[in-house]
Design a protein around this ligand. Structure first.
Ligand SMILES: [Zn+2]
Length: 274
């Protein structure tokens, strides 16, 4: 969650296709799985699915522990889809423990079958200690979305004392650095907004807005946003990252639609322009 929402700028559409980022490295493999299952569900139909053929190939998911919180809770990442995928999407369900519906998108994604040539990694929550308390901050009262190294300075208040001070932040940043996905969509609540706050993600924000019915816009923090996951990723990784704000009370049908769009619209198209 950020703090203020500004209207979408129509001019942002003009940025479409302008980005000249170099191609991401092959996502390759990632450390040893901690468990495997073989279940694979049929894709959920949604209004947005009309006319799109269903996926025909499924792979058993790969489940990894990517870190632990100070209280010993696991932070897990699950890969669905082609282990040799050339199009790799990461969906982060929750960073702030009081945003309780956001992880439901991950649950919905995990019920879907990915498209050929794509892989979707999901992290249900990177803040299970905060989720256990139903609060925004982690057990150390740090806002994890102010603990990524974007500012080079102490942010004060409830940010980390510098950057990457928290195990949760380091776990996710390490995972993303090794995986080098094409894109990361980080879910929050409650502003009902696809956040096109960066030249790397603004074109995709417009697309996701059209696909999901959630308005595109720019969520600011009352100035520049420091210490955010998306800010760090967009600055340091070849791919792009985006904040996706659900409303305060999204319906299950809407959550299913958003999940379907991520798997069937975004992931297959994820390298079409950058
Ligand atoms: Zn949030």
């Amino acid at each position: 969650m950020k703090r203020f929402v500004m209207p979408v700028l129509a001019a942002t559409v003009a940025v479409l296709g302008v980005s000249a980022q170099t191609a991401a490295a092959s996502p390759g493999s990632y450390p040893t799985p901690i468990a495997k299952t073989t279940s694979a569900a049929t894709p959920t139909a949604a209004a947005a699915t009309a006319g799109v053929r269903p996926a025909t190939v499924s792979y058993p998911p790969l489940r990894l522990e990517i870190g632990r919180t100070p209280e010993g809770r696991q932070i897990r990442a699950v890969r669905q889809g082609d282990p040799k995928a050339t199009r790799v999407l990461v969906v982060l369900g929750q960073m702030h423990g009081n945003e309780k519906q956001a992880p439901l998108v991950v649950s919905a994604v995990r019920r879907l079958v990915t498209r050929p040539g794509t892989a979707v990694w999901t992290i249900m929550t990177m803040n299970p200690d905060g989720a256990a308390r139903g609060r925004r901050y982690n057990a150390a009262w740090v806002d994890l979305n102010r603990d990524f190294p974007t500012s080079g300075r102490y942010l004060g208040g409830l940010s980390g004392a510098w950057a990457w001070t928290q195990p949760e932040t380091r776990s996710v940043a390490g995972f993303l650095t090794r995986l080098r996905p094409d894109a990361v969509v980080s879910f929050h609540q409650p502003f009902n907004l696809v956040d096109g706050d960066n030249p790397k993600n603004v074109g995709w924000a417009v697309k996701l807005a059209a696909w999901t019915g959630v308005p595109a816009g720019i969520a600011s923090c009352g100035g520049a946003c420091y210490g955010t996951l998306t800010g760090w990723f967009n600055r340091t990784m070849p791919g792009w990252a985006m904040t996706f704000e659900l409303s305060s009370a999204p319906t299950q049908a809407h959550i299913d639609q958003v999940a379907w769009v991520l798997v069937n619209r975004l992931a297959p198209a994820i390298r079409d322009f950058r």
